[in-house]
Write a protein that binds this ligand. Structure first.
Ligand SMILES: [Zn+2]
Length: 289
């Protein structure tokens, strides 16, 4: 009797946390139960969720771009097709995020629209990190300039090995592109289309050339003003960076500069690899690779 109960519980719970979402990279053919077929492509901005593994094919649901509403239920797709045309976008605890297209649209918090030349340089990098919440390796995503993709992959691989704790690694779109909200939540993120404080020039974040790590523990401090407002800098605490920290040394070796070394202000969360000066005045080229 006891065994039967445990078995039922496992069956019910397993699919909930195992869910992974995929975005379409090229074009995928799908077939419904009654033989009706549809073709979806990158332009549709749909998110695919696998509901069942059936040997040489998958059963999938097609969701809207926010990953919350099911548009097409129970379609079949050949695994071969799927492996070529789909890319995992989310597996962080099954929290639905948005498709790549949504990450790169107009920034609703400031109304600024990045040019196509800029967004073409931004890529989604799936990373693993050691979660300060679950104490396990979790999946996250970083939006970064294609020039810096390999460097970000190396840095995250090493940080995960060291079990450097991070709370979350979500693209800023999860927080409605609101930097303050992302920072207050101690979220690690990179690309955000915005100008520097005070306006005029683009921030290196706008070009995917800067990343903020654990902002609440590694705040921005200028003339006694601290950002985010719940920020507290306590060197020596797990997840907190200082000049002797192996994570800071790792970034420096990769060619990044660290905001903790700046003199006029301290931005302990911030690392950047600047591009061409003209980029900040909205002149390309924005990416080289
Ligand atoms: Zn920053």
């Amino acid at each position: 009797m006891m065994k039967a109960h445990i078995l039922i519980l496992l069956v019910l719970v397993a699919p909930l946390y195992a869910e992974t979402f995929y975005t379409v990279r090229t074009s995928i053919d799908l077939e419904s139960e009654n033989g009706k077929s549809i073709n979806i492509s990158k332009e549709d901005n749909y998110i695919i969720s696998i509901i069942k593994n059936e040997g040489w094919q998958y059963r999938v649901n097609i969701l809207d771009s926010s990953g919350t509403k099911v548009l097409f239920k129970n379609y079949k797709v050949s695994k071969k097709w799927f492996n070529i045309g789909a890319q995992p976008v989310v597996s962080t605890g099954g929290v639905p995020l948005k498709s790549e297209a949504n990450y790169l649209s107009k920034n609703p918090s400031n109304g600024k629209q990045p040019s196509r030349e800029i967004t073409e340089c931004i890529v989604v990098v799936d990373v693993n990190f050691y979660s300060s919440v679950t104490k396990k390796i979790e999946a996250g995503q970083i939006l970064i300039n294609s020039d810096l993709k390999e460097s970000i992959k190396r840095v995250f691989r090493q940080m995960a090995k060291w079990k450097f704790p991070m709370k979350s690694v979500f693209p800023i779109a999860k927080y409605g592109w609101n930097d303050e909200l992302s920072m207050v939540n101690n979220n690690t993120s990179a690309y955000n289309y915005r100008e520097v404080t005070g306006g005029g020039r683009l921030s290196w974040h706008a070009l995917g050339r800067a990343i903020d790590i654990n902002p609440q523990q590694n705040p921005y401090i200028k003339n006694g003003k601290i950002l985010p407002k719940n920020g507290a800098y306590k060197p020596g605490q797990p997840g907190t960076l200082d000049r002797n920290h192996p994570v800071v040394k790792l970034f420096l070796r990769e060619g990044w500069s660290w905001g903790g070394n700046w003199r006029s202000l301290k931005d302990y969360q911030h690392f950047e690899i600047p591009g061409l000066k003209q980029n900040r005045k909205k002149q390309g080229p924005y990416c080289e690779s």
